[in-house]
Design a protein around this ligand. Structure first.
Ligand SMILES: CC(=O)SCCNC(=O)CCNC(=O)[C@H](O)C(C)(C)COP(=O)(O)OP(=O)(O)OC[C@H]1O[C@@H](n2cnc3c(N)ncnc32)[C@H](O)[C@@H]1OP(=O)(O)O
Ligand SMILES: O=CC(=O)O
Ligand SMILES: [Mg+2]
Length: 698
């Protein structure tokens, strides 16, 4: 795209016009920063960090080649393998005991426990919904999902379903805010007497505000409301404080391949920081405009005013160290490292916050896909330099560390140490982590099927060590120890059943895919006292490193049944095609893709990394032949075409293989999968998406 466009020279950098215009006309004004000084500072920053960034990527390649070579030459032996990893610098020395020291951090991160929502930043409508997901209706979340058995009848309010919802919600109140005597189901109104009167912390009109485990609950009393009118106590809803924090994602859930895409993302982040983001859209036959929710006001029991945040505390997830962007060209003519650009621009934009988001004046950046402590230290120094560029006090920019690459998990304490002055979370991104597990040991042998991966030794050790090491580094009360995504957005009953496991491990947050999921997951933090769990677990020792380094390779001589192999290939090919076709053809970076059983699963680049690496591994080790894989792709292309038949923008793949860039991208991800850097999907996705955009522009 860039070649066809006018370009702008700024301090020796070639900046794509939409980005230069956005920065000069929207991001810089109001910050007090001088544009000329800003650009020369940006140029200096790229000059300093781009070579180091490249060197870190070269180090990834060196280690990868060494590990591949070792597996080709050796039969696996745990002790020899451990010694080899130490020898090549993959494993580094543990730091002496220390405690993180991130300075002023908002309570939502440091001292509260609750859900963390993730939202693709390119979608303003979703973004606003996410920011406003601090509060959610428990009645709505239960009524409209499979959280309760059965489905509501169509054509108006289903009173029987409503009764189920109300019974569930009142039983929940019995646990979270029990009455001094009796049950909430029997309460008929008036002034409720709580078993612990201190739980009642305010009211707004007739609505009562309670607090439990640091989270607020609104009991909405409104006898004029259709639901309240039928309730003996006039209860119209139970509203829960839900997504305490939200990650606005510039990374794996979006498709941003050029300056135009990046500017949409940055502009949405600016709208959030300035508080004026809006989105208008048609829903149920009417045009709606969505804005950011205001704070909520109450009267405390002592009649003083009480204000609570109406919005989730926002993080922004930058991209990792791998990709470059055509939005900025360096003096040597190369595209600039995209992670450096994100660090600069998202921090610049966050200077507009002025307490609307962070009440402590912090900027919260999630840094994904870092491999080991040297890369974490690089991010730390980069953030120092960005603070200097933007005249921000040292360590204003806080860092959320994704523990999602094997070299980071294996050296977690050293990674935390490298960013200890700004660390505000570690999170087990188990999806990328699984992709890296597959890729790192690609040449060790054929991997077990994906379903078996969930119960393998390495993953249990990974989840355990993340919490234990986080606690040992003094994170409790200062930062989040986080758990991964619930990737089945429509399966809320299963989520209610299983995701309580996250707070039970001592994690004070875990990822959810939607506001509804946030409200339902919030109930888990009422059921589990996370900080008590952290205290209890502090005495435990982490699972051994040897367990973490246990390879998920199938046993020698495994009898690969043809129908099981075919089912695994179909499952992976379906997910790949269903996701990639929307990414490449329509620029949709996160989709609910129906699986082979037509259950919608959240697919993003991390799930794509797993599926593509898994097939690539089976191809490499002869579990499947190229013909088997192509047959699976052909079968699944037809299925995906049918599943998307109602989408007017959809381009069918079956019958159009020669012209379908999506089809070609999907095949390349698998057939060239062994050679993709660390098994990442973004280089190929970007290439094919850019080609699609170029073709569409003609
Ligand atoms: C491995 C990783 O990196 S995981 C992190 C990356 N993944 C993500 O960010 C996933 C975030 N989730 C999503 O993008 C979406 O939920 C999807 C794509 C999975 C499903 O989207 P859809 O099929 O459109 O969802 P669905 O039809 O069930 O619900 C749409 C409604 O829920 C809202 N919604 C759904 N997900 C979100 C979200 N993450 N944030 C805010 N609102 C959301 C929408 O705004 C919409 O409501 P509206 O009509 O009032 O605007
Ligand atoms: O980013 C999250 C993951 O699981 O990967
Ligand atoms: Mg990830």
């Amino acid at each position: 795209m860039r070649e066809d466009r006018e370009v702008m020279d700024r301090a020796g950098l070639v900046i794509a016009p939409p980005l230069a215009t956005f920065i000069e006309e929207r991001a810089l004004p109001g910050t007090g920063l001088d544009p000329a000084a800003f650009w020369s500072g940006v140029a200096a920053l790229f000059a300093r960090f781009a070579p180091e960034n490249r060197a870190l990527l070269a180090e990834r390649d060196r280690l990868r080649a060494a590990i591949d070579g070792w597996h080709r030459a050796n039969t696996f032996d745990p002790a020899a393998y451990h010694a080899f990893l130490t020898d090549i610098g993959y494993l580094v020395a543990e730091p002496a005991p220390f405690a993180i020291d991130p300075g002023r951090v908002d309570a939502e991160i440091a001292t509260m426990a609750g859900p963390q929502l993730v939202v693709p930043i390119l979608n303003a409508r979703f973004l606003l919904n996410a920011a406003n997901a601090r509060w959610g209706s428990l009645y709505d979340a239960l009524y409209g999902t499979d959280a309760l058995p059965g489905t509501p009848a169509t054509g108006g309010y289903d009173a029987a379903r409503g009764a189920q919802v109300i019974a569930w919600a009142k039983a929940f109140l019995d646990e979270a805010v029990p009455l001094a005597s009796g049950r909430w189901a029997d309460w008929t109104g008036g002034d409720p007497v709580l078993a612990d009167p201190a739980q009642r912390v305010g009211r707004a009109g007739d609505t009562l505000l309670f607090r439990h485990h640091g989270l607020h609950i609104e009991l909405v009393i409104d006898r004029a409301h259709p639901i309240g009118a039928t309730d003996p106590a006039g209860i119209a809803d139970v509203r829960l404080e839900s997504a305490l924090t939200t990650i606005c994602d510039l990374e794996d859930s979006i498709a941003a391949v050029d300056a135009d895409d990046k500017v949409v993302a940055y502009a949405n982040w600016l709208g959030l920081m300035q508080g004026d983001l809006t989105a208008s859209f048609a829903k149920s036959g009417a045009t709606r405009t969505r804005t950011l929710a205001p704070d909520r006001t109450y009267t405390a029991p002592d009649d003083s005013p009480l204000t609570l945040p109406g919005r989730s505390l926002l993080f922004v997830r930058n991209v990792g160290h791998l990709m470059t962007t055509p939005a900025v060209r360096l003096p040597d003519g190369s595209d600039a490292p995209e992670g450096i650009l994100d660090a600069i621009v998202t921090s610049l934009i966050a200077r507009h916050d002025r307490g609307r988001n962070s009440r402590t004046g912090s900027i919260y950046i999630v840094k994904p896909k870092m491999h080991g402590p040297a890369e974490a230290a690089f991010a730390d120094r980069l953030f120092d330099a960005v603070e200097d560029l933007l005249a921000l006090p040292r360590h204003t920019i806080k860092l959320g560390l994704m523990d999602e690459e094997r070299r980071t998990s294996a050296n977690l304490a050293a990674c935390i140490h490298a960013v200890r002055h700004r660390l505000v979370f570690i999170n087990t991104g188990f999806l990328d982590r699984t992709g890296d597990e597959l890729h790192t040991s690609m040449h060790a042998g054929a991997m077990i099927p994906k379903a078996e991966m969930k119960t393998s030794t390495w993953i249990a050790a990974y989840e355990n060590r993340n919490v234990q090491i986080g606690l040992a580094c003094g994170m409790s009360g200062k930062a989040q120890i986080g758990k991964g995504m619930w990737a089945a957005p429509d399966r809320m009953a299963d989520m209610l059943d299983q995701k309580i496991g996250h707070p039970q491990t001592g994690a004070n947050t875990a990822w959810v895919p939607s506001p509804t999921a946030a409200t339902l997951h919030a109930t888990h933090y009422h059921r589990v006292d996370v900080f008590a769990r952290q205290r209890a677990r502090s005495a435990e020792t982490p699972a051994p490193l040897a367990d973490l380094l246990t390879l998920p390779v199938a046993e020698a001589g495994r009898n690969w049944q043809a129908d099981a192999v075919r089912a695994e290939l179909d499952n992976n090919a379906q997910g790949i095609l269903g996701y990639v076709v929307r990414w490449v053809d329509q620029g949709i970076g996160c989709s609910k893709v129906p699986d082979i059983h037509d259950i919608g699963l959240m697919e993003d680049r991390a799930t794509l990394r797993i599926s593509s690496q898994h097939i690539a591994n089976w191809l490499l080790h002869g579990v499947a032949s190229p013909a088997d894989v192509d047959a699976a792709f052909a079968r699944m292309a037809t299925k995906v075409d049918v599943q998307n038949a109602d989408d007017p923008l959809y381009r069918p793949m079956h019958g159009n293989e020669a012209s379908s860039l999506a089809w070609q991208a999907a095949r390349a991800l698998v057939f060239e999968g062994v050679d993709q850097p660390n098994g990442y999907t973004e280089p190929l996705l970007h290439r094919f998406r850019a080609a699609r955009k170029a073709a569409d522009a003609q």
